[in-house]
Design a protein around this ligand. Structure first.
Ligand SMILES: *Cc1c(COP(=O)(O)O)cnc(C)c1O
Length: 379
């Protein structure tokens, strides 16, 4: 379908049900399918770990909105990551990861994959030369997040795709923070996009899920084989909720961006704020690259508070409308202290985050209410 983003989000993979005309793909709560004679599968469905029509609808929609050829839906973002890495890496292989990777991604490399002989190097991905210098003959992939969590650093996807491909490696982009509405890495040269659909794609803090989308059919087929062989698939209820969220991704993201821009402005002019991290600000070191590869700058804003860790924790505690909690990307605004919450497991590692840092997932509530709450929380 050669359509605009919102049209694809609402219609791709979501033809009215051929049997009833139901406008929305039904939840196929079923494990197995009647065969018309041995091996006579209807529409290819055999067993729901291998394929389920509700999941297929989500997978086709995700492939369409990322501009890819194959989408695969998983039980969580980390299940998607694990499946990808075990499909493309073997013992002795090496991966370059961001030096401020999502904590769970870092843990997967450091505590799980390393045990299986896959090594990795954390590198500042904003520095293309540093990434090139970290490449080894055994490097199978460069793992990119942009913007990163929680420091909102930006990496140049097209430049890193060249570095990866020159070395015969894959470029993987975790596109969770931007969402496919704001950034489409496959069009910039990435081979695989990873999502925690738990975040913006689902968008309502009511379902955990993950996805992979590939640019090539071959790699898609290999990953689909592993998806079935390893079995960490999205169930039909979760796939349905995620698909429901995806339909409104575009309008939600525009409001997230509108609100985040206003929040960043308020923080910039606040005497208790030492630094504001938001790629939309012209002084952000990744601003130009972000402007080149993103439609807008997203709904995540981090900032550092005068007075150190205690002051940052106090801001989190005083917030009312911003709910104190982990995760991000839902319609409701969240606030958290990465050092003690989402990134506590990175303490003492190269991925440790500043103690005076506060992270906001700016939701789509009325902006005046959000600004008032932040002002009172800052005191
Ligand atoms: C949350 C998150 C993940 C992991 O996804 P889950 O759905 O929680 O397993 C991976 N990458 C990023 C950037 C995330 O924010």
């Amino acid at each position: 379908m050669n359509h605009g983003f919102e049209t694809l989000a609402i219609h791709a993979g979501q033809e009215p049900d051929p049997y009833t005309g139901a406008v929305v793909p039904p939840i196929y709560a079923v494990s197995t399918y009647k065969q018309d004679g041995v091996g006579g599968l209807r529409a290819g469905y055999e067993y729901s770990r291998s394929a389920n029509p509700t999941r297929t609808a989500l997978e086709e929609a995700l492939a369409a909105v990322e501009g890819g050829v194959r989408g695969l839906a998983f039980a969580s973002g980390l299940a998607a990551e694990d499946t990808l890495l075990r499909a493309v890496c073997k013992p002795g292989d090496h991966v370059v990861i961001p030096n401020d990777a999502y904590g769970g991604t870092y843990r997967l490399f450091a505590r799980v994959l390393e045990e299986w002989g896959v090594t990795f190097d954390p590198v500042p991905l904003g520095d293309v030369d540093a990434v090139r210098a970290a490449m080894r003959p055994q490097t199978r992939a460069i793992w990119v997040e942009t913007p990163t969590n929680p420091l909102l650093n930006v990496a140049d996807v097209a430049a890193l795709a060249d570095v990866a491909h020159d070395a015969g490696a894959l470029l993987v982009v975790d596109n969770t923070f931007a969402s496919p509405y704001l950034q489409q890495p496959l069009g910039l040269g990435a081979d695989v996009v990873v999502h925690s659909t738990t975040k913006y794609v689902g968008g309502h803090s009511d379902v955990v899920g993950g996805a992979l989308v590939t640019r090539s059919a071959d790699l898609g087929e290999r990953l689909a084989y592993h998806q079935n062989a390893m079995g960490a698939v999205a169930g039909p209820f979760d796939a349905w909720l995620t698909l429901r969220g995806l339909k409104t991704l575009g309008i939600r993201m525009d409001r997230h961006c509108d609100n985040a821009e206003r929040v960043a402005d308020l923080l910039l002019s606040h005497p208790k704020v030492v630094q504001v991290l938001y790629p939309g600000l012209p002084e952000h070191p990744g601003h130009e690259v972000a402007a080149k590869q993103m439609r807008r700058f997203g709904g995540m804003v981090s900032f550092r508070v005068e007075g150190g860790e205690e002051a940052a924790v106090a801001v989190c505690d005083r917030a009312r409308l911003f709910t104190l909690g982990e995760s991000l990307g839902g319609v409701e605004s969240l606030i958290e202290h990465p050092g003690r919450m989402t990134h506590a497991s990175a303490a003492g590692s190269p991925l440790e985050v500043p103690a005076d840092l506060v992270r906001l997932s700016v939701g789509i509530e009325s902006i005046d209410d959000l600004l008032a709450d932040l002002s009172q929380a800052l005191g």
